[in-house]
Design a protein around this ligand. Sequence first.
Ligand code: AMP
Ligand code: MG
Length: 325
Amino acid sequence: MRGTIVTKDIAAASAALQSGEVIGMPTETVYGLAAVIDSHEALTRIFDIKKRPRNNPLILHISDVMQLDEVAASIPEAASALASAFWPGPLTLLLKKHPSVPGIITAGLETVAVRVPNHPVTIELLKAVGKPVAAPSANPFGSISPTEASHVHKYFNGQIPLILDGGSCAVGIESTIVGFENNIAVIHRHGTISEAQITAVCETTKVHSGGAKPVAPGMYPRHYAPKTPLIFSNDVSELLQKFSDRKVGLLYYGEKPAGIESCTVTCSLSKTSDLNEAAANLYTSLHRLDACWLDLIIVQKFPDDGVGRALNDKLKRANYGTIIT
Ligand code: AMP
Ligand code: MG
């Protein structure tokens, strides 16, 4: 295959999808590697290109809540309430799958993951295609998710024909995933839509306990990882002092931490400590630091609540656990 084209041409992206190609697709969370629901070959290619284990299901993207009946066999009341409250938006619902949804998408599970993305380009693309589109994040399995078309190009140039450029992802981290047990909402993956926001809509909510075999790839112990060793901590200044003789990149938010002068590169995720802004900047900053040949990336821990909890969760999984001394 020749080099991958990065384009804003929605009609070209739609034509590629409809002819059974895998393409890079923008969403408000992260970029996806997209294929239409009914091309087994293209769906298979997603797993091959990503080197994603086949037992990790994909999220289906639909243009409108009206399309939900095509992919879900039943919709609990709590799910309808959450869809009305947060769609289009960064919330994925796990619903009993419609018999027509191919098993490769759900990895053989009885539930299907589905959401309506909140990005005008994606919605226009989905409408043009006219059928649901499956898309996991457009990164090799385990590496940092892409938040710009250039990240997708860096990962998959030559392996896909086209990347639809929708600009930088406004949300910047993966969607919150919610399943249902007897009409009770169960959070499977944290995202920018917080537990408190879910609970405000459906009064009973619980957080999935995980277990030995993660049900969502985002819950793998090591995921979202840069190549550079990464550690994160409440006390960044102590770490900066400890590693002052190393090439260190620092990601922080709010006030500049003491000792910042010893860093080779620094990125502020949000000067005003706005956690949504920090989420929007997290992966882009990690991509940037990971290209700097650093010995270590140090990240300031977030408050363990709401969006901060989702960010800490990503960082925990990006942590190699190898602290160089
Ligand atoms: P990604 O788009 O790369 O973040 O991956 C899609 C996410 O949706 C993964 O975390 C999947 O495990 C999750 N997912 C998709 N379908 C299901 C399902 N039926 N049950 C649980 N998680 C799912
Ligand atoms: Mg992913």
